[in-house]
Design a protein around this ligand. Sequence first.
Ligand SMILES: *Cc1c(COP(=O)(O)O)cnc(C)c1O
Length: 376
Amino acid sequence: MIPFNKPPVTGAEEQYIKQALISNKLSGDGPFGKKCQDWFEANLPARKTFLTPSCTAALELAAVLIGTQPGDEIIMPSYTFVSTANAFVLRGAKIVFVDIRPDTMNIDENRIEAAITPKTRAIVPVHYAGVACEMDSIMAIAERHNLYVIEDAAQGMVSTYKGRALGTIGHLGAFSFHETKNYTSGGEGGLLIINDEQFTERAEIIREKGTNRNQFFRGMVDKYQWVDIGSSYLPSELQAAYLWAQLEHSTEINETRLNSWQYYWQQLQPLVLEGRVTLATIPVDCKHNAHMFYLKTSGLSERTALLEHLKSRDILGAFHYVPLHSAKAGRSFGRFHDEDRFTTNESERLVRLPMFFNIAQCELKYIVDAVLSFYG
Ligand SMILES: *Cc1c(COP(=O)(O)O)cnc(C)c1O
């Protein structure tokens, strides 16, 4: 059986976790946590980064930081994971879903402005498959209407837009280190990126349960106390140790994924030329991270048949998001702005093929052969 995903393991994880175990420091922001945050601040280049227990937590922290109030409206695509919406719904906001572009499955930047009302507070672009949204347009719209931009870059670590790392372009950015993502911190994990300095001090406080404990550790205050609302948004040192083993090998992980992606891409070109399937578009000024390889069938029934065909050959493919606006919670917490031209139709065509660090060449070939044989 070829699984859809295998969590990445580089080999150094065990040693670093053991090191953390004997260090007598297992809670958050220990030596490995600091190493990871320093790595991100050096490589991304963000003003400040905070490891979090998940991307979900990073998005929740972002929703608090921008001061989301009941009745606020937040613009995002419907074709995304529930956490993108939940983070703001938890603060009482309404979600306004905007249609996607069929070429990248990302929010259609040309449809955002018409969805803005006096209640709009933020735009949340989601970089699907690690391929960037049209950020110049989105930032310009946000500036014109005085809105915040929070990038859901859960899938976008080391991807770039016009040479800029995803997550570092909006006011805030959120990443995931869940085991299904390119880099993991032992199954669950995330990162909040602060690009707008006004948020740094408060992020530190909210993340530490609403206390100024970090200022206390730095000797800036002589006792720490409750100063703001807050929660526990620190991952443990064991998670950071796992993540550090991945960051040290980040180039190797990225390159092997890109090679696998490229192989799929080249081998499936005959089907593209015959008009049987559509593949993702990578805009010329974007570098992606091979987070995902997907193809699009002609529609729902062909997709179901293809997934069955793969399964009969012991290959686990997968479809992806059921658009949020069509789900029960999505209908009560949000509304779709304007017409759903692509979100539902395109999501029903999409099939993701197995993609993980160190997927074997013979596995890739076997999968490609299975897809080609389906189309006869
Ligand atoms: C994976 C993912 C999340 C959630 O990440 P967690 O770390 O599991 O909380 C949010 N948004 C998108 C687009 C994702 O792909």
